[in-house]
Design a binder for this molecule. Structure first.
Ligand code: NAD
Length: 505
């Protein structure tokens, strides 16, 4: 018997196989990591039916927020006890380096699950408003009800973390959930389902369906019994999800692409800004939506800045992602590699200079990996495709500007608005610029610092709605206004507008 693990889907509290199977292979070595059941439209329908039945039975909706918080904490404890195993699995399925996987992809996932447990304990699921005096005395209450069945479509770059961003608030609010991982990276998400199963989450409350985006994902987006869809991925697919959701007027949140503008002011601490700029575009080898991929450097410091950045980039090691010595790992797939290489060529055709290109591993064991070296293109202008389109790889495009107003204008001249940053020794000046940037997040002298307590999401075509922070729970609840009449005989006060006093008797 093969010792390659086989993963099944999780539907209605049980593990379900499928006639079709897909292989998950390491993006670094090409080795077979696991086989996975491959669902289709009928599997989605079964999962949604299970989630709807659990919702209607009230097995989760009718629990207290405290009980739900305890279960979320128990899931987090279960994952935390398996941190090393999950980190290795994450490295194997999407090529994250073990350092990034431990700190961000798995570490943040567990921490953010705990944040949502805490939020469930403090969130105002019920609140009373001011007494209403006009036209007569009445009391008002706001109850935030769960939405019902929520679907989440998860990409391959941060599978467990981005699943937690959907599952955490959905469960905290009392919803039932169907999650669909990307078919290249379903393993950590199925381990999340295992954790939920082991801690006793009632059957049907969480379901995980694997399968192709255009079938399984599209069915979830259009399914009439799904009341909310949360999607993370490309802007193009996000738009199709929104269109499909329109037919049954679902709530929709979208976390889409970005082209993060990072502005280095002429007074910036250059060493900090150099390292920060590399960190900004190279986490996950650039496969992060909030990456800083458009670097705007003041023209007076540009040459020195690029010289120092290239010198630092030369020290970075691309290699086996399981090695603690590796700074950079592979891209997720051959398709993604081809896409990024096409953009590097395009940048040069458009007139950029290849200021730096690193090297890829030569170890024969890594010969099947999807390696693209870190690449810095200078001399870009903001009308070039290389400066406007999301690349999603280790590619930095460098532009120059003359003054703060021009920097802001270039940064905002984008159809995206997910992340931005300002590097300066003068915090007040940087803050003034931060306020003018059209972006869901702006970092000052930092990057990638996503905090569970604060909203995360994009403006313009980077997305809709927010994940994280209390805003996340707002997205997974429906506010219901309850009006309670407080007068002795309301009929005297308002009803005569329609029913005359004589008719009332
Ligand atoms: P994608 O948008 O196709 O995939 C994201 C998720 O959507 C996956 O789970 C996929 O299975 C699912 N999906 C695909 N088609 C669907 C459909 N018709 N209906 C519903 N769900 C569907 O992204 P990709 O092809 O893997 O990557 C292409 C580009 O997208 C990348 O180069 C990058 O620019 C961008 N991307 C962004 C993010 C992000 O975090 N914002 C993540 C992944 C990819």
């Amino acid at each position: 018997m093969s010792d390659i693990p086989h993963y099944r889907m999780y539907i209605d509290g049980a593990w379900r196989d499928a006639a079709d199977t897909i292989e998950v292979r390491s993006p670094a070595t090409g080795e077979l990591v696991a086989t996975v059941a491959y669902g289709g439209v009928t599997t989605v329908d079964d999962a949604v039916a299970a989630a709807k039945a659990a919702d209607e039975a009230g097995v989760w909706r009718n629990t207290s927020a405290q009980q739900r918080a305890d279960v979320l904490d128990a899931i987090a404890d279960n994952l935390a006890a398996r941190t090393d195993e999950l980190t290795a699995l994450q490295v194997a399925e999407n090529g994250a380096t073990v350092r990034a996987a431990g700190a961000f992809l798995i570490g943040y996932a567990i921490a953010h699950l705990r944040y949502f447990a805490g939020l469930a304990r403090t969130y105002a699921f019920q609140s009373s408003g001011p007494l209403m005096e006009a036209p007569t005395l009445a009391a008002g209450m706001i109850v935030r009800d769960p939405v019902g069945v929520c679907a989440g479509m998860i990409p391959w770059n941060f599978p467990l973390l981005l699943a937690v961003w959907k599952l955490g608030p959905a469960l905290a609010a009392g919803n039932t959930v169907v999650l669909k991982p990307d078919d290249q990276t379903p393993l950590t998400l199925l381990e999340l389902a295992r954790a939920a199963d082991e801690v006793g989450l009632p059957a049907g409350v969480l379901n995980v369906v694997t399968g192709a985006g255009p079938t399984v994902g599209a069915r979830l987006a259009e399914h009439p019994d799904v009341r909310k869809v949360a999607f993370t991925g490309s802007t193009e697919v996000g738009k199709s999800v929104m269109r499909a959701a329109a037919d049954t007027v679902k709530k929709v949140t979208l976390e889409l692409g970005g082209k993060g503008a990072s502005i280095v002011l002429d007074d910036a601490d250059l060493d900090l800004a150099v390292d920060g700029s590399l960190f900004a575009f190279l986490l996950m080898s650039g496969q992060a939506c909030e990456s800083g991929t458009r670097l705007l450097v003041h023209e007076s410091i540009h040459d020195e800045f690029v010289r120092r950045m290239v010198a630092r980039a030369e020290t970075l090691v691309m290699g086996d992602p399981m090695s603690l010595a590796s700074d950079l790992g592979p891209l997720v797939s051959a398709k993604q590699k081809a896409r990024v290489e096409k953009y590097i060529a395009l940048g040069q055709e458009e007139g950029c200079k290849l200021a730096y290109q690193g090297t890829v591993p030569t170890d024969p064991a890594l010969a099947q990996g999807h390696w693209v070296p870190p690449t810095i293109l200078t001399g870009a202008t903001n009308d070039m495709r290389i400066a406007r389109e999301e690349i999603f790889g280790p590619v930095l495009v460098v532009l120059t500007y003359g003054d703060d107003d021009e920097a802001v204008a270039i940064a905002n001249d984008s159809e995206y608005g997910l992340s931005a940053g300002v590097w300066s020794a003068d915090r007040e000046r940087a803050l003034g610029i931060a306020r003018r940037l059209q972006s869901g997040t702006v970092w000052v002298n930092d990057w990638h610092m996503i905090n569970a307590m604060y909203p995360f999401g994009g403006v313009k075509q980077s997305g809709l709605g927010r994940e994280l922070g209390p805003d996340a729970l707002d997205e997974y609840t429906e506010p219901k206004f309850i009006h309670v009449d407080m007068t002795d005989d309301r009929r005297k006060h308002v009803y005569p507008v329609v029913i005359s006093a004589a008719a009332q008797g």
